[in-house]
Ligand binder design. Structure first.
Ligand SMILES: [Zn+2]
Ligand SMILES: [Zn+2]
Length: 68
């Protein structure tokens, strides 16, 4: 549930913008505040890198097949 910020602060989504009084914000699972826009549109740079599965041993790379 979103609400208007009462104080200035820092956006937990690290969007590069500060939270200003009156901005629409939301509390995340860690109890930190971030803009509602940042909740619905996560920064692509914060996403986990794609896991690559080795076609030979089916383990997530890097695996032992990369040694040679
Ligand atoms: Zn933000
Ligand atoms: Zn492998």
């Amino acid at each position: 549930m979103s609400f208007k910020a009462q104080y200035n602060g820092t956006c937990a989504a690290a969007c590069g913008h500060r939270i200003h009084e009156g901005d629409e914000i939301e509390k995340d699972d860690d109890g930190q505040y971030r803009h509602v826009d940042c909740v619905s549109e996560p920064d692509p740079t914060t996403l986990a890198p794609k896991e690559i599965v080795c076609p030979d041993c089916w383990l997530v790379k890097p695996c032992r097949c990369d040694d040679d």
